[in-house]
Design a protein around this ligand. Structure first.
Ligand SMILES: [Zn+2]
Length: 340
C-alpha cells in the first residue's frame, strides 16, 4: 500500500517526510481498525450501523440575474434500458457501444423527474408537477416534500406551467381530488390541451393519457391561460416551440438581467443517447422525426449560444451545458458555474 503512494521521482526531503507520514498513518489506521474489531477476530463485536439509503439531494438553488431558480427532484425511476426505449430504431449493440463509451451500463438506467420553480421576485412559477400521489409508494411523486424542504409552501405557488401533458408532468396537479397548488393559476399550451382532449385520443394508445388529462387538467381549465409558442408566461419567460415529443410540447426561454437559461422540458430525455445521437428514435416521442428536428434546433441553439439549460430528465440537479460534437451534442453537467 505504501509503495503505491511513494513518489517515483528522486526522493526529496519533503517526499521522505510525506512517505514517513503515510506509513505512520497506515499503522495508526490498522491499529484503529483492530481497536474497532474490524480486522481482529478477537475484537469486541459491534452492533451493525444502518446505512442511510438515499444518496440524492432533493433541491438545488441558484440566482439567474434577478430571478431565483430552484430545481426539485420529484423522484428517480430505476429500470431496464435505456434500450429499447432510447434508440428504438437501432441495433442493441450499437446503443450498447455508445453507453459503454460513456461509462454507463447497457441494461439498467435511472430516469429522474425534475420540476423547476422560478421566483421572479414578484411571483413563484412552478414548471411541471412530477408524478403525483400514485407514484409515492415507489419513492417518486415527492415534489410536495421537496418544496417543503426547499422552504416553499405549495400555497405560495402563483402560477403552474405545464410543458406538456404526459403523466410525469401533470401527475402532481391534484392531491386527494383537489388542486395541489391551491392559489395557483395555470399556463399550458393550447395545441397540447386540444390534442389530449380531442375525441380521437379517447381510445387506442392515447386512451390512458387522455383519461389522465381529463382527471387532472380539465378541472383546472377555467383557471388556465392557454398559450402558443412566442407567448410570455411572465416578463422574461417565453414559450418556445418544441413540438414532437408530444404535439404541443413547449420549452421555455428564461432571461433576467442578461442571464439566460433554457428550460428544455422533454426535448431530450437521456443525457447521452438522445444527446449524442439526437436522430435516434425514442419510444415516448409522438412524432419521432419532429422530435429529432426539435432536439437539433433547440440543443443547437443552447450549444451555439453557450447558455445553461435545465432538462426535466437530466441527471439531478438537471442543469448543464452543451457543445456540438460529431452528429450530436456532449452534455457537461453544471458544477459551480451557476453559484459563483
Ligand atoms: Zn417527461
Amino acid at each position: 500500500m505504501t509503495d503505491q503512494i511513494t513518489p517515483r521521482h528522486p526522493r526529496s526531503a519533503a517526499s521522505d517526510i510525506s512517505r514517513r507520514g503515510a506509513i505512520a498513518l497506515a499503522a495508526a489506521g490498522a491499529a484503529g481498525m483492530a481497536g474497532a474489531g474490524l480486522i481482529s477476530a478477537s475484537g469486541p463485536a459491534r452492533a451493525a450501523v444502518p446505512m442511510q439509503a438515499d444518496p440524492r439531494p432533493g433541491h438545488y438553488r441558484f440566482r439567474l440575474g434577478g430571478f431565483e431558480i430552484t430545481t426539485l427532484l420529484d423522484g428517480v425511476r430505476v429500470g431496464e434500458g435505456p434500450y429499447p426505449t432510447f434508440g428504438s430504431d437501432q441495433q442493441p449493440e450499437t446503443v450498447a457501444a455508445l453507453l459503454e463509451e460513456n461509462f454507463l451500463p447497457t441494461d439498467r438506467f435511472a430516469n429522474g423527474f425534475t420540476p423547476v420553480v422560478v421566483n421572479t421576485g414578484s411571483e413563484r412559477i412552478l414548471f411541471d408537477t412530477g408524478l403525483g400521489a400514485g407514484a409515492r409508494g415507489n419513492g417518486m411523486g415527492m415534489l410536495g416534500a421537496q418544496l417543503a424542504a426547499a422552504g416553499i409552501d405549495p400555497g405560495e405557488i402563483d402560477t403552474v406551467v405545464i410543458t406538456h401533458m404526459h403523466g410525469d408532468h401533470i401527475g402532481g396537479l391534484m392531491e386527494n381530488g383537489a388542486p395541489a397548488f391551491a392559489n395557483a393559476r395555470y399556463v399550458m399550451g393550447a395545441k397540447e390541451y386540444d390534442f389530449w382532449t380531442a375525441d380521437a385520443q379517447k381510445s387506442g394508445p392515447t386512451e390512458r393519457g387522455a383519461a389522465a388529462v381529463a382527471a387532472s387538467v380539465t378541472p383546472l381549465a377555467e383557471k388556465t391561460r392557454f398559450i402558443a409558442p412566442g407567448d410570455a408566461v411572465a416578463s422574461g419567460i417565453e414559450a418556445v416551440e418544441a413540438f414532437g415529443h408530444t404535439p404541443g410540447h413547449l420549452a421555455f426561454h428564461i432571461e433576467s438581467a442578461g442571464q439566460r437559461l433554457m428550460l428544455t422540458a422533454d426535448t431530450v430525455n437521456h443525457f447521452v443517447v438522445s444527446m449524442q445521437r439526437p436522430d435516434w428514435h425514442v419510444v415516448y416521442d409522438t412524432d419521432k422525426a419532429a422530435a429529432a428536428a426539435t432536439r437539433k434546433k433547440i440543443l443547437g441553439m443552447i450549444a451555439a449560444e453557450r447558455i445553461p439549460f435545465a432538462g426535466y430528465h437530466m441527471p439531478f440537479p438537471a442543469l448543464g451545458y452543451l457543445d456540438a460534437r460529431d452528429e450530436g451534442f456532449r452534455f457537461t453537467a453544471a458544477s459551480y458555474q451557476l453559484v459563483l
